[in-house]
Every structure is written in structure tokens, then in C-alpha cells.
Design a protein. Structure first.
Length: 310
């Protein structure tokens, strides 16, 4: 992708900053971020000549001004915490659903070519039909998951009503450099790594036999770009298509770090799902395949990054 005008909402966050870093040399990038979870330090070069940063909440931003001459939108801004959404469902709806509707309306007005929406595997809830296909009915078990499912429906409706092209990417368990271990809903991999590097006992919620489908953040970046370049309108799982238990994950991280610290087991958290595994056949519709065979190397890269910041 070259010589495009691109808006990245939540572009200072974990995934958004990776997308910005990948695209910035060959495109004009505008980032809008309210710094709730993002940070300028996540960008390789926040002073890049191709970059404009707007520190503002998406709900309050002048979207028509922001979207003037924008070709593509990568929409990642959201309240991304399940526990926080349970505590504040109205705030979650305002941040995730209402702000998205305003963004879509402005995108139509400004003739945006396509919007790539960061959705979540959380929309599947406790669906037991593994591997999970995009055709399954959403079964959200948290306001966060319900907000993502709602946004997917609005994207479909704006495509049908106004011709606004979109792809909704349902991320499974994303990991990689720049992930915030202190976030409200920090993922299990940074929690394990940071605890062991800091000499603390990691926590596993539940019995640890819950399984997840892990995907490296650099794969997420390429999936976003491929989706943007594709003609596909619809929903796509972005995952490895492989399952790994939390207990086994912890063993791998322990072995990699040469640690013998055992984890502390605590009760399950409200809204968490037991098993998650994606059907990834739809990835071919955006001409993408994940680099899932190199999981342990990706994990080492992630661990090495955490060593530099802890």
C-alpha cells in the first residue's frame, strides 16, 4: 500500500501502533487516540513527517474534518476490557458502538474507500462448535463482546445502505511486542512474561485447561493491510487455527526463561470463555495466511522485547 491517506483510530495502542509503523514510510497517516491505553512511545518515530497525531476521544472529535481526503480507515479505538465493560456497560456502548456509528456516518459523507474494523473472537462467547466459523451466530457473554457484535452489524448495514466497503477482523488471542502488561485486561502472555522477569508468581484464572488460539501481532498487521487491499466485504477470523492450553503456554514460557516458578491458580473471571479455536479458511478471501508455524520464535521475540522494557 503506497501513497494513501490513512486514518488509524487507536493508533497509539498495541496493535494500532504496529500498523502505523508498518505503513508510515509510504503513506500519510493520521492517528486519533485518547491515550486511555495508547502511548506516544509505542511509535518508532512519533515525529515522522508523514504522521499527524490527534489526541482526542473519537466521540468528541470533528470526524468530518479528520476524514477529509482519507482513503482508508483502520478502526481500532475501543474500550477493550471485558471486566471494565461489565462494570460500565453504558460507557462501553458509548465508546465502542456509538463512536463507531458516528465514524461510519462520516466515512460515507467523505467517500472513504474502505474501513477495516478490529473485532474480537469474544463475539462467539461459549459456542462449542469448534473450530469457530464466522457464520456462527454471536453469543456474547460480556458487554464488550456485545459491542463488537453490534459494530459488525452496523458495518454490514452501512455496506448495504450506503455502499461503504468494510472488513471486520475477529482477532483471537493477539500477542507480541508493545503489549501492555498493566492494562485493565492484559493478555495472558505478557502477564506470564512480566511476572517471571520481575520475580513474581504468575496467576492463572481457573484450572488452566482453557485453550486459546494465539496470533502474533505482526500477522495481525499484515491481515489488516491485506483486508484493506482486498475486495472482500464481510467478517474474517484472524488466528492461527491452532489451540494451546494456558497451562501448556505457561510451561513453554517457563522453559524459554529457564524458570521453575509455579503459577498461582485463582477463580475464573466473569465473562471469560473456556475454549477458543478459529476456523481460518476465510483468510484466503483476503489473500492472507498466518505465520503460525513459528509460534515459539514469535514468543521469544516477545520475551526479548519485554526484557528491554522491564
Amino acid at each position: 500500500m503506497k501513497n494513501k491517506n490513512i486514518l488509524i483510530t487507536g493508533g497509539l495502542g498495541f496493535i494500532g501502533s504496529h500498523i502505523a509503523d508498518e505503513l508510515i514510510d509510504n503513506n500519510k497517516i493520521t492517528i486519533v487516540d485518547n491515550l486511555s491505553t495508547g502511548a506516544l512511545k509505542n511509535l518508532k518515530n512519533p515525529e515522522h513527517e508523514n504522521l499527524k497525531i490527534v489526541i482526542e476521544d473519537l466521540s468528541n472529535a470533528n470526524l468530518d474534518e479528520l476524514l477529509k481526503d482519507i482513503d482508508y480507515i483502520f478502526h481500532l479505538a475501543a474500550m477493550a476490557s471485558v471486566p471494565l465493560s461489565v462494570d460500565d456497560p453504558v460507557g462501553c456502548t458509548e465508546n465502542n458502538v456509538n463512536a463507531t456509528i458516528k465514524l461510519l456516518e462520516s466515512a460515507v459523507k467523505n467517500d472513504v474507500k474502505k474501513i477495516i474494523f478490529s473485532s474480537s473472537s469474544a463475539v462467539y462467547g461459549e459456542n462449542l462448535n469448534m473450530p469457530l466459523k464466522e457464520s456462527e451466530l454471536p453469543m456474547p457473554t460480556s458487554p464488550y463482546a456485545a459491542s463488537k457484535a453490534s459494530c459488525e452489524l452496523y458495518l454490514q448495514s452501512f455496506y448495504d445502505s450506503y455502499g461503504l466497503n468494510y472488513t471486520a477482523l475477529r482477532y483471537f488471542n493477539v500477542f507480541g511486542p508493545k503489549q501492555d502488561k498493566n492494562s485493565q485486561y492484559a493478555a495472558v502472555i505478557p502477564n506470564f512474561i512480566s511476572a517471571l522477569l520481575e520475580g513474581r508468581q504468575p496467576v492463572i484464572y481457573g484450572d488452566g485447561e482453557q485453550t486459546r488460539d494465539f496470533i502474533f501481532v505482526k500477522d495481525i498487521v499484515q491481515a489488516n493491510i491485506k483486508a484493506c487491499e482486498s475486495d472482500y466485504n464481510g467478517i474474517v477470523n484472524v488466528a492461527s487455527g491452532k489451540k494451546l492450553s494456558v497451562n501448556r503456554l505457561y510451561e513453554i514460557i517457563k522453559e524459554t526463561l529457564g524458570s521453575d516458578v509455579e503459577a498461582e491458580y485463582l477463580p475464573e473471571r466473569a465473562g471469560d470463555i473456556k475454549h477458543s479455536l478459529a476456523d481460518v479458511s476465510n483468510l484466503e478471501k483476503i489473500n492472507f495466511k498466518s505465520d503460525s508455524d513459528n509460534f515459539e520464535e514469535q514468543l521469544k521475540e516477545t520475551i526479548n522485547w519485554f526484557k528491554t522494557v522491564l
